[in-house]
Design a protein around this ligand. Structure first.
Ligand SMILES: Cc1c2[nH]c(c1CCC(=O)O)Cc1[nH]c(c(CCC(=O)O)c1C)Cc1[nH]c(c(CCC(=O)O)c1C)Cc1[nH]c(c(C)c1CCC(=O)O)C2
Length: 377
């Protein structure tokens, strides 16, 4: 790709539904916007069909495939039954592990097992295996291309969210070599090799900042930072090894957007199971804090003191309930958060065995109940 492709303003179609962006900024809305993490995922038969027999990261490297997978759930582009739900935002199809790949690590997606790093980092000396300087445009330009293409093809129907994994979550994958319940190999580094840990976290942060900027230049209208592995840290480790980098990312992305004359975009931080850090997260330069289902909506509002919009947080497993029960749960959730400065979502991704109809019921319940509440006020 030509370098210049990445910075040209691209005459994108005008945005028609900006409810998600308004809610992120705490502005008035006609209904509460809703989207789901992993909304373009294996719970959809059409997704399984398009992905069938194809290597996961090869799919990620194809802008056309990423665009199609994103659009499948997002807009009225395909004839029924392929068109799905009236989500208020779309998230680009990709993965957080493309960043360790850009740093030079091999990552495979093993069907039924999840991500695998054949040669994880074992000791601080292994940091020498990483590229000291990453040319983000060269290594991750395929994501930027996918974003530009998808933004055009969305025809302004809903905004497009870009994303990244946060430094601690990526570091833990790079050391564990895949999923883990204890994260003990990665946590061993925090306790035994704190300096090397900070070195790696800084290196990841530098790449992530460039990566997010590239996504905005390519057309992303909001950004979500996934700190999926907050739950295995305690408050002290979180404050030392996660929070400073999360803050640095938001501050640097915003400063650089300003310096480049680009408009600010709302940023969402989702630190899964990081309830202990809610106060700090709401003072970290993000417009939105994403919540998992272990946090009570009213208490989250109190603890974040109106400083940020909130996103979340229905237990994904509630999608196993009947439609009527889903509707009740959603009603309680929306009442708890209130309709202002709120983006409805699940507390984590949709699981592959979930019924698409239940996702539809969730989306409809958010729109219906929030409209009723707003009309009453
Ligand atoms: C930890 C993490 C990963 N990836 C991601 C996270 C952070 C969110 C979280 O906490 O879950 C983020 C991610 N991964 C994917 C997206 C796309 C956008 C969306 O949310 O719809 C996003 C935002 C696609 C994907 N990423 C993956 C899939 C499923 C694999 C496939 O399609 O073959 C999808 C749709 C694979 C993946 N990628 C990852 C894992 C653990 C897995 C395996 C999951 C499994 O096996 O169920 C790493």
């Amino acid at each position: 790709m030509e370098k210049n492709d990445l910075i040209v303003p691209k005459d994108f179609p005008e945005l028609k539904n900006d409810t998600f962006l308004r809610a992120a900024r705490g502005e008035e809305v006609e209904h509460v916007p809703v989207w789901c993490m992993r909304q373009a995922g294996r719970y959809l038969p059409e997704f399984r069909e398009s992905r069938a027999g194809k290597d996961f990261f090869e799919t990620c490297r194809s802008p056309e495939a990423c665009c199609e997978l994103t659009l499948q759930v997002s807009i009225d582009l395909f004839p029924q039954p392929l068109r799905r739900f009236p989500f208020d935002a779309s998230i680009i199809f990709s993965d957080i592990l493309v960043v360790p790949q850009a740093l030079g690590m091999d990552v495979q997606m093993s069907p039924g097992k999840g991500p695998v790093f054949p040669e994880p980092l074992k000791e601080p000396d292994d940091l020498q295996r990483l590229r000291p300087k990453v040319d983000v445009d060269a290594e991750l330009g395929y994501v930027f291309k996918a974003i530009t293409l998808t933004r055009h093809k969305l025809e302004g129907k809903v905004p497009l969210i870009g994303f990244t994994g946060a430094p601690w979550t990526l570091m833990s994958y790079m050391i564990e070599g895949g999923g883990s319940t204890t994260h003990s190999k990665a946590k061993r580094w925090l306790y035994r090799h704190p300096e090397a840990s900070h070195k790696l976290l800084r290196q990841l942060t530098d790449v992530i900042v460039e990566y997010l900027l590239g996504q905005v230049k390519a057309g992303a209208q909001a950004l979500q930072v996934f700190e999926s592995h907050t739950g295995c840290l305690g408050p002290a480790e979180f404050k030392e090894f996660s929070l400073p980098y999360l803050r640095d990312i938001a501050r640097r992305v915003k400063d650089k957007l300003k310096d480049s004359g680009l408009d600010n975009v709302p940023m969402i931080v989702f630190a899964k199971d990081g309830h202990y850090g809610l106060e700090e997260l709401s003072q970290s330069h993000y417009e939105v804090v994403g919540l998992d289902w272990t946090v009570d909506p009213r208490s989250a509002r109190e603890r974040t003191g109106g400083r940020v919009s909130l996103q979340g947080n229905m237990d994904p497993c509630a999608l196993y309930a009947t439609k009527e029960r889903i509707s009740e749960i959603v009603k309680t959730m929306v009442e708890g958060f209130g309709t202002r400065g709120y983006i409805a979502n699940l507390g984590h991704g949709v699981y592959p065995d979930m019924d698409p109809e239940s996702v539809g019921a969730f989306v409809e319940a958010v729109h219906t109940h929030s409209r009723q509440l707003l009309n009453r006020n």
